[in-house]
Design a protein around this ligand. Sequence first.
Ligand code: NDP
Length: 506
Amino acid sequence: MATAATPSERLSSYNPATHDLIGTVPIHGPAEVDAAVARARVAAERWGALSFQARSEELTAFRKALAARADEIAELLHRENGKPEIEALTEVMMALSHVQHATACAESAMAPRRVSAGILANFRATISYHPLGVVGVIGPWNYPLFTPMGSIAYALAAGNAVVWKPSELTPLIAVKIAEIAQQTFALPDLLQVVTGAGPTGAALARAAVDKIAFTGSPGTGRRVMMAAAERLTPVLLELGGKDPMIVAEDADLAKAAEACVFGALTNAGQACISVERVYVADAVHDRFVDEVVKQVRTLKVGGDDGQLGAMTSTAQVAIVKDHLEDAVAKGAKVLTGGPDAISGSYIQPTVLTNVDHRMKVMTDETFGPVIPIKRVGSLDEAVKLANDSRYGLGSSIFAGKGARAVAARLRAGMTSINAVMSFAGIPSLPFGGVGDSGFGRIHGDEGIREFTRVKSTAEQVMSLPINMMSFRQPKDAPSRLRQMIKQLYGSGVVAKASDWFRKLRS
Ligand code: NDP
């Protein structure tokens, strides 16, 4: 927790299911944020200078400390975010899988690489990766631990210090994680949390950090990018999604329906990689819809044994209601749930058919427990509609032998075949989107390198008869160069040498 100053105002965190006050946190302004970043800078210098082995030992201790307090963390996630206990525990487990993976893969992802020196054959060419310094992480409320940890763990493993601004709706979970970090890491300022609402995030985006990793809505992402532009701070943006699911004629329908219900409704649909729209082949559409509706009707909303918890944000409830009313007004058919099945923070899961791309529910991020299903005449039509979106985060295809070919045609950062959301649970797969879903990647080797600066080193290891990097050239240099151009590039000698070097390296 940042402690440099004592702000007078405090931010309250409420349980979205009961509206009870859970706790309060300080509201940090620009001065406190800058002070936290300055302390992080000192920690970063020492942390970045450690060996991978030394960092790995501390990160392992951090992971073990989090695992030891998994129950307590999950309980707070359940209370502060509204998700059922099992989903809270799953979130803790997934977050820990990333701490483990980032720790394990940092050294190999950042290992220096020798590359071909091309025509400068007398050089040794190397690419190396170095920590950036201080990374600012701004996180959302829907997965208040897992999502920011996808940046935090990789940034730390790459040798950086982190200043984390959690959502104003879920600050307590971040404060708890920072307390555990403070007790575990030798450098208490290695992972700090600054709390507050949007202005605190804006202050972090403007602060002297070396990168901002932002997860949230495209609108706020744009504001963060504009603020970061003042210092030319690079940004990684993990934004919203409108993930399509395609069900082909030869899909295993039972599996597809079960996955669809989970993918659209887990976390009450408040996931950036939720199944947000479904395109089903005409021949199996009715059977698929029947199976989805049957399964959805067995789900319980709220209570200790409910599969769907309370919506975390009341603003989001209003968006879901608006999407449902818009769809109904434009001709969608409600098979279960619907705009009238909303009570306070609880939304009954809703299945819609007769939907089309004039409706918000098919084009804008709903971020709620809604399954709009559209009948399609062919896989080509399904792919065309799936790609008809300004978003491009996740996607899924359920099909027989043609599944991989369809997957390759989907314009999205990630695709699951005969599954949903699975790419997020595989820590070695990079995670991120295209278009309004943002850019940059967390997770995997790319997620480590995202928090590094790339350095190119060209070392001259011997001299050549002609030194092209000198003004002292022989008189016949132009004619020799003319000859060389023809010999090297007219004949493909350089291409062959590069191929040879690549093969040697692989
Ligand atoms: P928001 O964009 O509202 O907020 C995200 C974070 O930015 C919060 O911490 C918020 O603080 C902060 N913030 C608000 N205003 C500013 C500002 N001007 N400058 C800097 N930071 C600011 O997103 P939500 O919290 O509503 O999260 C839901 C969104 O996140 C959805 O669109 C979802 O798809 C996306 N998401 C994307 C994921 C991905 O990996 N691609 C994963 C998870 C969610 P505060 O809350 O205090 O206002």
